[in-house]
Design a binder for this molecule. Structure first.
Ligand SMILES: *Cc1c(COP(=O)(O)O)cnc(C)c1O
Length: 382
């Protein structure tokens, strides 16, 4: 080995310290939120929805905390493979069904139940040489106008499936467009109930917003509920209700540290585009977190943030690797001080992901799903 190589080898034994940014997944919060689903829908079985890699939390990281669910629902067959690899032997549901005929092979082999929302999927099933008969969730378009058979064609689709030797059980499902708004679910539930009146089979209609807002209503909970965002501790109808109104706990914390401090004078500006101008002398902190970590660039001046567990605000534009915060309410803060972008601070204070999302003109769902690959993630409470 040449001397230079030896030096590099020694360096490799001392890996670089990561940037101070980190995401923490709170296993206890996931368990608590699953309990909240059970409380809100006591007689239903629960699909834990883990699409989009468990809404950005990581399927492998949430699995232990959520294994008390009755099944896992997702969009991508690879997510089902990962759940089987983790040892899950219970129900799995592919929420949009298969994307091409050969996907049916994996559904057979891994016993993955799948949605059927269009005639092409029924054609594929009819041509499939299956090992084991399939359980399917026949999807109705009851008003969302995304996927599913319209009510007047639902019965014919059911009859086609019922006639196939490849199918051994048909369940019935639909999805609500307005469970989180004043329009509510009654109009779609009426369509679904009427069009499925004398069809046999288990039924599934509720997402998080429907579970929390309409779970007590007659005929809404049915056999299976599909809980997504509430498991992760965000509110499905913020700002109408916050996560704490629904007694949900944040399952993800995004935290970092201050890596620089500036003393501003009146008239000084901050960051790209000089979007913030100080009207008096003030101290600001520069945080190791930017849009390349998944923090939304749309969050302008005034987005809430915690420094040492104290609520303050961001200033100016978010850049790729940094953002700036007002240290006025935390005069003792300096380089190395802890910053909570969302989730829980060490002093027990918390900042909901929904509030940060709102400041960026979006919803908590989008922020958690967009956590960037470069952010190291740890699981707390296993
Ligand atoms: C994502 C999804 C859900 C879960 O929705 P949340 O609002 O996160 O609870 C339920 N059902 C279907 C079909 C979905 O695609």
């Amino acid at each position: 080995m040449r001397p230079r190589r030896a030096a590099f080898a020694r360096l490799a034994a001392h890996p670089a310290m990561p940037r101070p940014i980190q995401a923490t997944i709170h296993a206890r919060a996931l368990q608590h939120n699953l309990e909240r689903v059970r409380e809100s829908a006591p007689d239903a079985r629960v699909w834990a929805v883990v699409k989009a890699n468990a809404y950005g939390h990581g399927i492998e990281r949430v699995f232990d905390a959520l294994r008390g669910a009755d099944g896992f629902a997702f969009i991508d067959l690879a997510e089902g493979q990962r759940l089987r690899a983790l040892g899950w032997r219970g129900p799995l549901l592919l929420l949009e069904g298969v994307f091409e005929p050969r996907d049916l092979e994996l559904c057979s082999r891994l016993n993955i139940w799948h949605a059927v929302h269009c005639d092409a999927q029924i054609d594929w099933l009819g041509q499939h040489k299956t090992h084991a008969p399939h359980r399917v969730f026949l999807k109705m378009n009851s008003g969302m106008n995304r996927l599913g058979f319209p009510p007047e064609r639902y019965r014919a689709a059911w009859a086609r499936l019922d006639a196939l030797p490849q199918v051994d059980e048909i369940s019935l499902m639909t999805h609500f467009s307005d469970a989180d708004t004043a329009r509510g679910i009654a109009h779609q539930l009426a369509v679904f109930t009427e069009a499925t009146r004398d069809l046999p089979g288990e039924r599934s209609v509720c997402n998080s917003a429907a579970i929390l807002r309409h779970g007590h209503e007659d005929g809404a909970r049915l056999d299976w509920v599909r809980a997504g965002v509430m498991l992760y501790g965000a509110s499905p109808d913020h700002p109408g209700h916050s996560a704490s109104d629904w007694r949900l706990q944040p399952a993800m914390t995004l935290s970092s540290r201050i890596l620089g401090v500036q003393q501003l004078r009146a008239g000084d500006t901050v960051g790209y585009g000089s979007r913030f101008t100080a009207d008096a002398a003030m101290r600001i902190g520069i945080v190791a977190c930017g849009y390349a970590d998944g923090y939304p660039r749309h969050c302008g001046t005034g987005t809430p943030v915690l420094v040492d567990g104290v609520r303050t605000r961001t200033l100016g534009r978010v850049s790729m690797d940094m953002l700036c915060v007002d240290l006025t309410p935390v005069p003792q803060a300096g380089i190395g001080s802890a910053v909570t972008l969302w989730g829980r601070a060490a002093n027990g204070q918390w900042l909901s992901i929904d509030e940060v999302a709102q400041a960026g003109g979006t919803i908590g769902y989008e922020l958690m799903c967009a956590l960037a690959q470069r952010v190291p993630v740890v699981v707390d409470g296993q």
